[in-house]
Design a binder for this molecule. Structure first.
Ligand code: GCO
Ligand code: MG
Length: 402
């Protein structure tokens, strides 16, 4: 079998997605997600100008060699753009291999280790009462795990809480929105949110929270400590992880479980955190960390250090990467949880998928391959629209992590 054609499809069914389609000379095709939210066209250029020409005529069954060729073979390696491109190719190749074997992908990985995949939903609200209501609504829908994000009094929009009347994160054609942030005010407010949540929601629902990279290690340590009475499932992305040893300080002070890694691209980004057991959940996802091959390598490594998996799965991780994640989730022995924040109707229509949801649980389905395809006619109806994630400033104007 040979790779005959590689198509890069960019479409915006409510938000932008970059999808790689690999077509073989035997008529089999596979697809992969290569979306980097807010930087989509950079991946498109990387794939079209630099990656695709090298792969035409190659054997699509040589997944590992192609992965190494694109990773090790590039002198300028790693980084989100490169790794999203490799991820898209890798996912599409696994799709082809599983189709050629006439098996659902999880069977090639080693078979199912569980019957269903626990996922967590997003709940957010401007006021504490709104958050409580949003969490209860998710519980009502059957979720056993819910991430709760709350507004901070005095701020109109922060991560997870959007300005009234504004479309979530889709700032079509304009420059990034600028938000304002105060860690002091946030730290004072958040423990009250979880106190109320436990009071009303009870103890049967796992509660999660995402600090979205805004704290310093000592601030994160304090938050973790103050949240201990409310027994969170995890505190996510407390501190940017460019300095992994900073997490030692957090660990010394709190037993609140720590989740990290949605922006990681390789095992090298996660190595020290995993090896020193500074985190409990590794959040790498197929689209940003090297596809199915990258994820498998990171998760196997994590398994020997008591670190469990928790693939990133917001709306900007496409249904294709979600499908790939779910096959890995069904197999991986050290599974923890899968993030799932759902998709627009137009997105479901553009990506017909075998994966399914039953309340708070997901399953990749039994279709051969990874079970997700792209309807190119639907994609053509949703042209790319430039969009950015917001940037964040402190009250005095200092640029901060978003
Ligand atoms: C999450 C994430 C996302 C990111 C988004 C950026 O935990 O789901 O933090 O909401 O902000 O993926 O593109
Ligand atoms: Mg996050």
């Amino acid at each position: 079998m040979k790779i005959k054609e590689i198509r890069v499809i960019v479409a915006s069914p409510g938000r932008n997605f970059v999808t790689v389609k690999i077509i073989t000379d035997e008529g089999l095709h596979g697809i992969g997600d290569a979306t980097v939210n807010g930087r989509e066209k950079a991946v498109v250029a990387y794939l079209e100008d630099h990656v695709a020409p090298c792969l035409i005529g190659r054997d699509p069954m040589q997944i590992e060699d192609i992965w190494q060729y694109l990773y090790r073979g590039a002198y300028w390696r790693r980084g989100p753009i490169t790794m999203a491109a490799i991820s898209g190719i890798d996912m599409a190749l696994w799709d082809i291999k599983a189709k050629a074997a006439n098996l659902p992908l999880y069977q090639l990985l080693g078979g199912a280790s569980r019957d269903k995949i626990m996922c967590y939903a997003h709940a957010q609200g401007r006021t504490i009462d709104d958050v409580v209501e949003a969490v209860l609504a998710k519980k009502e829908q059957g979720y056993v795990a819910v991430r709760a994000q709350a507004g901070v009094p005095g701020f109109e929009s922060i991560y997870g809480i959007h300005k009234k009347g504004k479309k979530k994160n889709v700032l079509e054609g304009r420059l990034p929105e600028e938000e304002v942030w105060s860690t002091t005010k946030y730290l004072r407010h958040i423990p009250k949110v979880f106190e109320k949540l436990r009071d009303v929601v009870g103890w049967d629902t796992h509660l999660l929270h995402d600090a979205h990279h805004r704290l310093t290690p000592i601030e994160a340590a304090r938050l973790g400590k103050e949240l201990e009475p409310h027994q969170l499932f995890w505190l996510e992305d407390a501190v940017p992880a460019e300095l992994p040893e900073g997490y030692r300080l957090i660990r010394q002070h709190t037993t609140t479980p720590i989740a990290l890694g949605e922006v990681f691209n390789t095992i090298w980004d996660a190595r020290q955190l995993i090896e020193e057991q500074l985190i409990d959940y590794i959040r790498t996802t197929s689209v940003h960390a090297g596809g199915v091959s990258g994820l498998r390598r990171i998760f196997d490594f994590a398994s020997i250090y008591h670190v469990r998996t928790a693939c990133h799965g917001p709306t900007d991780v496409s249904p294709v990467a979600m499908g790939a994640n779910l096959h890995v989730d069904l197999w991986v022995p050290n599974f923890g949880i899968q993030e799932f924040s759902g998709y627009s109707e137009a997105t479901h229509e553009m990506f017909p998928h075998a994966w399914s949801q039953d309340g708070g649980f997901l399953h990749p389905g039994e279709a051969i391959g990874h079970g997700v395809d792209i309807d190119e006619a639907v994609a053509a109806k949703h042209p790319y629209k430039r969009a950015y994630l917001p940037v964040n400033r402190l009250e005095d104007g200092t640029l901060w992590h978003w």
